[in-house]
Design a protein around this ligand. Sequence first.
Ligand code: NAP
Ligand code: FER
Length: 341
Amino acid sequence: MAERRNRQFVLAARPTGTVKESDFKLIEGAVPRPAKGEVLLRTIYLSVDPYMRGRMGDQPSYAAPVAIGGVMVGGTVCEVVESQDESVPRGTYVEAYTGWQEFAVVKARGLRALDPNVAPISTAVGVLGMPGLTAYFGLIEIGRPRPGDTVFVSGAAGAVGATVGQLARIAGCRAAGSAGGPAKIDYLKSLGFDGALDYRAEKDLEAALDRVCPKGIDVYFDNVGGPITDAVMTRINIGARVVICGQIAGYNERGKETGPRDLWQLILKRARIEGMLVSDHYEHKDAALARLAGWIGDGRLKFREDIVEGLENAPRAFLRLFSGANLGKQLVRVGPDPTRR
Ligand code: NAP
Ligand code: FER
């Protein structure tokens, strides 16, 4: 039998400005062998996420950068193909953090085993994984929605944003959001959003906000930053909560973002603004995942995936996050998913 090879994407260069496919390099190595207490994993799905842009640079952050020549990091859904630990037998599906590669050896301990009968295994890096938990903790813990509130979310059609809007409705709020292009606006309406605006098409964002949020905004869940955030800040209500989750509009900028930042509005509206990091809340992860799974089960929480085929297309899939080409959680299918027909 021919020796199995492990294809991996390593970081070739630290990007300046917009990421390019040439910032990544596809290399091949030997498939590693597991030692006692370890398992060999075959990647089925790789999640590509906006935070990876931060790992490509060496600016100070909450996590260390990927080294030049190092394998790109990332959440994955894998199958155990060889086990040296009886608690995680061969054939188990697991959530892991093995990055942009086809095979990896990791410690068996701490892996989350996935049951394909509960939810599609791909959701472990989506609505039932890091992005879903971000929506849950950011909205519930930081946004503290009350029935009757208006919740506005930027980047509303994305993995985090689409979940935020639906959770807001489950909490008894009015949900509205912004996204780029008519297909995403239709998608938001299909999810039950009460209002949606296309930030690319609207000439006057403040007027558009008055249309979709006629009673102002009580909770602003920001995934984006930039012009939509400047406009939303002028439309927050007294006692509003502003959750800073992401600032993707600035991730490819070279310097610090400049432009109007109307913090006077926080005084005027006695509002609170708070940044959040999903992993700070992982102590309560299991309870949150159980609630999210319950809402998926009873049909109140829907999710959508956008799957690019083949590890060789991972850089292209990643770039889709910045052009806005992805409609739903962006995944890469690295290898066959035996649980899906
Ligand atoms: P996503 O929304 O599924 O994909 C990214 C989306 O961002 C694109 O589809 C695009 O949608 C939008 N976008 C890209 N460039 C933009 C720009 N210049 N202006 C406005 N919108 C732009 O990604 P996600 O995984 O759900 O992540 C959403 C945000 O949450 C990101 O900012 C991410 O960093 C953040 N996040 C934070 C945490 C945390 O712990 N703080 C955890 C997870 C994610 P359009 O077509 O609508 O432009
Ligand atoms: C994490 C905390 C935050 C993590 C990802 C994020 C992969 C994402 C942050 C962002 O998109 O800004 O532990 O693990």
